[in-house]
Design a binder for this molecule. Structure first.
Ligand SMILES: Cc1cc2nc3c(=O)[nH]c(=O)nc-3n(C[C@H](O)[C@H](O)[C@H](O)COP(=O)(O)OP(=O)(O)OC[C@H]3O[C@@H](n4cnc5c(N)ncnc54)[C@H](O)[C@@H]3O)c2cc1C
Ligand SMILES: NC(=O)c1ccc[n+]([C@@H]2O[C@H](COP(=O)([O-])OP(=O)(O)OC[C@H]3O[C@@H](n4cnc5c(N)ncnc54)[C@H](O)[C@@H]3O)[C@@H](O)[C@H]2O)c1
Length: 498
């Protein structure tokens, strides 16, 4: 039986980062992956495919040009499912190739098969041909990710009633679609299909959506969705989903209405993929959603030497944070010091339009009783916005009145997921409103919105109380009142507890 310094189960963002980090430290590492190709949910059914689909949809529809040429403008009149898939396959091939090359040049071994515990330090690997083998490790990292939640009352058939993993295999673009679940996945796909001219209805039992985003941003976003005729049935429950003989699907909603549609996408959360691991053999137990509990600083489970990282540990369940969790877990597992991650990480929601956010929302400022001021810039006020034909999009900055520090950045509109990093850097480096007022930005750019929003807030903030540390654009830890911690340390530390 082969023995490794670190065995990694799963080759998604958490697993791949962990494996390469441990290999760079000179350790003997193996990655066990049950999928046909390495990359995990992120490469094959999640992040990369959905973002490629979005980019293809925006390009083929000419979405970004409609500000100039009107809503009827199209680059390609008839867009088929094959048009969308073509670009997807090329992108995924590149992703897998890069990953395989990284593994090869860092001498990370890769075994294809499903791993399950025999003892806390030994795993059995079941291969496709039915053969089994065993491997032992000084440490084991579980980076097994998640699977879509598929309740029994939904008649999934992979064609007209599907989950988000199946969406990439559809044969035809639906003319109408009901999306059940207004979470990140539901909203991203609902808005992408709406951009493709599918008539989309979103149903969610909650009366609000994407509650972790600043309310003013969600109001602007919601207005844009309604303006292009998307139906948002919030506070309503899809009670019964039935496939009809003519191939359509009927969705009965508890408000009394019944919607007949070409396709239903069920996107109401995901479950930790821990079923096949035989956790009791390792002395571990998952929660009711298949997730594992870890120490949020080390990512070690309750069993010494067994670590878990990525979506399987729950919130925030992002590819970006999963990578960092994997890297930290690997360093701890092989006995190296792991630097604590930066306090604030961004969320990027790749809907149409994009939303991105970092730091505290206005609602959180109020809850914590922090006196604040906001600055807002609309993209249509920027020259770059004029050049791009943008009539929507906004950036909102939130500053503490006491320390003048930036505490939140919230963006909806073109380029939001890239633009947010300027705000993220200022947040983590503890910069004040003066940074935006005194800094020169490239012109014409959308980044100029930071200057406009900064000035907007600064004009209303006055000079502030004498004791406020406003002398420099970047206040230091010793002079500034520390940024209040978010209540959930797990969020700040990239780990889960929700
Ligand atoms: C539709 C969608 C869109 C998304 N978009 C974004 C986005 O834009 N930005 C972002 O940051 N995040 C996004 N995410 C989230 C992101 O994909 C996940 O956070 C990320 O993939 C989690 O990485 P992971 O390493 O935990 O595991 P995963 O990527 O889930 O990979 C786990 C791997 O483990 C393997 N595995 C499981 N059990 C076993 C076993 N017993 N033996 C061997 N192998 C096993 C699986 O086959 C899988 O390949 C999206 C997710 C979805 C579903
Ligand atoms: N851009 C990104 O970063 C990105 C994109 C997609 C997914 N993700 C990650 O993937 C994870 C899963 O996303 P998700 O959207 O599936 O889950 P979610 O937990 O974000 O949202 C689930 C939604 O479904 C609703 N819901 C729950 N049960 C329901 C039911 N029975 N019927 C109807 N609606 C119901 C909930 O009210 C909620 O609004 C998220 O944690 C997210 O972080 C991230």
């Amino acid at each position: 039986m082969n023995h490794y310094d670190l065995i990694v189960v799963g080759s998604g963002p958490a697993g791949r980062r962990a494996a390469i980090q441990a290999a760079k430290l000179g350790k003997k590492v193996v990655v066990i992956e049950q999928g046909k190709r390495v990359g995990g949910v992120s490469v094959h059914t999640g992040t990369i495919p959905s973002k490629t689909l979005r980019e293809t949809a925006l390009n083929l529809t000419g979405w970004r040009e409609r500000g100039f040429y009107g809503r009827a403008y199209r680059v390609k009149q008839e867009i088929s499912a094959d048009d969308l898939r073509r670009r997807l396959l090329i992108t995924l091939d590149h992703e897998v190739e890069v990953l395989e090359h990284q593994f090869a040049r860092n001498r990370v071994q890769h075994i294809r098969g499903t791993a399950s515990f025999v003892t806390p330090d030994t795993l059995e690997i079941l291969k496709d041909d039915g053969e089994t083998m065993h491997v032992a490790g000084t440490s084991i990292l579980l980076a097994v990710g998640t699977k879509p939640f598929r309740p029994d009352y939904i008649p999934f058939d992979g064609k007209s009633v599907i989950d988000s993993d199946e969406l990439l295999d559809i044969e035809e673009l639906p003319r109408s679609m009901v999306v059940i679940g207004a979470g990140v996945i539901g909203i991203e796909y609902a808005t992408i299909f709406s951009a493709l001219d599918t008539a989309v209805t979103v149903i969610d039992p909650k009366t609000t959506m994407l509650d972790f985003i600043d309310k003013e941003i969600i109001e602007d976003f919601t207005y844009q969705l309604r303006d292009r005729n998307m139906k948002l049935l919030l506070g309503q429950r899809a009670e019964k989903v039935e496939r009809l003989p003519d191939g359509k699907v009927s969705v009965k909603v508890d408000s009394g209405r019944t919607i007949v549609t070409d396709m239903v996408l069920f996107a109401a959360g995901r479950m930790g993929a821990t079923e096949s691991l035989n956790l009791p053999a390792a002395g571990l137990e998952a929660d009711s959603r298949g997730r594992l509990k870890v120490n949020p600083e080390t990512f070690e489970t309750s069993v010494k030497g067994i670590f878990a990282a990525g979506d399987v540990v729950g919130f925030p369940s992002l590819a970006s944070t999963s990578m960092e969790q994997g890297r930290i877990a690997a360093r701890v597992a092989v006995g190296e010091i792991a630097m604590e991650p930066q306090k604030y990480f961004p969320y990027g929601i790749y809907a149409v339009p994009e939303i991105s956010t970092c730091g505290l929302t206005e609602e959180e400022m109020k809850e914590r009783g922090i006196p604040y001021e906001c600055g807002i810039a609309r993209f249509r006020e920027t020259s770059r916005g004029h050049i791009m034909g943008l009539d929507t999009g906004m950036l909102k900055l939130i500053f503490s009145l006491k320390t003048r520090r930036l505490l939140g950045v919230h963006i909806v509109g073109e380029g939001a997921t890239e633009l947010v990093h300027i705000g993220q850097a200022v947040l983590n480096l503890k910069g004040t409103v003066e940074y935006f007022v005194e800094n020169t930005f490239n012109y014409p750019t959308l980044a100029e919105a930071y200057k406009i929003a900064g000035l907007d807030a600064w004009n209303r903030m006055g000079v502030g109380p004498k004791e406020a540390p406003v002398a420099t654009a970047q206040s230091t830890d010793s002079t500034a009142t520390p940024l209040p911690d978010k209540p959930a340390p797990a969020k700040a530390k990239l780990a889960a507890s929700k």
